[in-house]
Design a protein around this ligand. Sequence first.
Ligand code: UDX
Length: 436
Amino acid sequence: MRMSVIGCGYLGAVHAAAMASIGHDVIGIDVDERKVAALNAGSAPFFEPQLTELLTEGRESGRLRFSDRMADAAGAQVHFLAVGTPQIPGGHAADLRYVDAAIDGLLPHLRPGDVIAGKSTVPVGTAARLATRVADSGATVVWNPEFLREGWAVHDTLTPDRLVVGAEPDAAGERGVAVLREVYAAAVEAGTPFLVTDLATAELVKGAANAFLATKISFINAMAEIADASGADVALLADALGHDSRIGRRYLGAGIGFGGGCLPKDIRAFAARAEELGRGEAVGFLHEVDAINLRRRERAVQLVVDALGGLVFGRRIAVLGAAFKPFSDDIRDSPGLDVAVRLRGLGADVVVTDPAALDNAAAAHPQLGYARDRNDALREADAVVIVTEWDEYRRDLSPAHAGGLVRGRIIIDGRNCLDAAAWRAAGWQYHGMGRR
Ligand code: UDX
């Protein structure tokens, strides 16, 4: 099927490449000329496993092209909206300017029967508003939220847990759903649940899913606070809770909390929209979820300060990780970088290392020190803080090797990802988060 994907960031670039890989004829549109040039050259403008391979394959097959001209979207049967919806400056609501700009740009090129499939995370009610805006063109708006995780984006796009399509309950809506069913025919045939809803429900699924995941993480981090105060171990607690099949172990990883381009801003936008709808109290707990999450960063800083006897000024601190999570170069709202910045603010000599996100981190926070080589970051450090559980630190860093490089054998495990006993046995003072 001929399709356009408007917005080629983490979501759109992966969606475009994945759709081409299953046989569709795809044009990706983005206003950023440099990004378009990179994508056309088969190079991913950000770190995402398997994306480069798909871009190269798409280019060679002739089924995948990128352009900065919206006119090139003309003639596609379905237009996926994949632009960003960041937090508005100075507020909590979602900024819909890129969504509206995409519709403005697309309008002159729409033909009757075209399907616009929204993938961006938007406040409930947006799809209905966009449907009114494009009504005169004869195009149909459906909503098809995206649940991909960075680092697993290709996998999640090609083999999603479920597909959700929201549409108006009329003939045009039904046709829109049929078109999307055809787009995802391979996944549907493989047994992926395909849920058809109204527009509002489809928009809510995404916000609710992210709110639930964020709540789960903050719940276990709240338990970490209690564990700290009572001498319990939150990692063992999470294991024991996780065996309850009604609860499950995933997203019960306590530590410095969640970050990234989605969960933090999405729970805020969700609460802001609920308030607009006069139902703010229904999601009042999300303010707590946010507050618990932000307290974790403060707690990590406190652990470092305490471990150094209250004196961090001028002390050298190695921060392992900058990305908000492993297998990503994304530093948006990275809890680990926030911890690094706070320590620097206390006068520490902070050196950050990361296998993928170093350039992004250095551009955003030039006041921090950086080392490309993990060993250079560790050398002469008075304390080490692990903030992103890359395999390079979690699995491959031996306590004995690291011990030979540092000045002080103090490690703060911000992701509770290390074997505490092994580090202690090698003479390290080990501090987990909410762990004995
Ligand atoms: C998330 C959702 O998972 C995805 O469905 C949605 O489409 C976009 O937002 P992503 O932002 O890529 O995806 O990251 P995710 O893997 O969910 O992790 C989010 C953050 O939570 C990371 O900072 C991670 O380190 C943290 N996290 C995750 C925890 O602190 N503990 C956990 O147990 C799990």
